[in-house]
Design a protein around this ligand. Sequence first.
Ligand code: SAM
Length: 277
Amino acid sequence: MPLSPTATRELLDQLEHFPNKKLGQNFLVDGNIVRKSIELAEIGEGSHVVEIGPGLGTLTKAILSTGAELWAVERDATLAEHLRANVLPKQPSLHLIEGDCLDYPRAELPEDKATEGFRIVANLPYAVSTPWMDAVLSGELPERMVLMLQKEAGDRYAAPHGSKTFGGISIFLQSAYEVHSKHLVKAQCFHPAPKVDSVLLRLDRKEDAIRFSPAARDCVRRIFTQRRKQLGALCKRDSQAEALEWFEELVDQGVPKTIRPEALALEHWQALAEKLK
Ligand code: SAM
């Protein structure tokens, strides 16, 4: 069970720790959301789980109580020390590292466990959620992710083509994952309450998940830096011959020459991934 807002405040006082805004320190204080995250994750004995930003250990303890083995990475030195002193000694299934999730996107989950299959359950630090997601999508893919995110990021991840928020991360994510569910989460579920809206997202890996190579990702990103321009002009300007070839093939298939990047459907972007493997 998570700590109540009062107990969270008291624990933070005891640790002489003031929640760090830059590190997105909004701690979960709502039992229903913790339960919902565990329910959606469907984890238990034998599961390998990764958590980003365990903080005071609320979600961490709930994950461990299912019998799962957990790898977690926390950047804040005070919180990492609190976890080492108070959670780690009672939890042999917890592997905790102090560091940045952008350096350890899978919290040093061993390679053999990653290939056997793993899940990620996290209340993410919002400021780094997209670069972290980018790193996750370029490695061994988790079978499932249950993530608390800033609503705006969740909207971008799940954006359909044709919408203003459709971009690189929507393409990379949706090529590998199905958005199974998306729940709005109120600010009062956290202490301190964030000023932005949050969503709890469950993402299930597709059977035919497609991963974009670094070259394909760079190409897509370059294109989306000028999303209002026509795709053909952007491909012409791109230094990669493959991009132009891809665009010409799209036109042969009936895609309008004047199409803009955000209007192009996912399957066409996946053809670019195939070209720039
Ligand atoms: N899991 C806790 C919970 O649900 O109450 C805390 C979640 S809080 C939204 C985000 C956590 O991520 C904080 O503990 C913060 O210190 C940590 N954090 C922030 N940036 C990080 C980074 N780059 N790498 C690892 N942890 C980070």
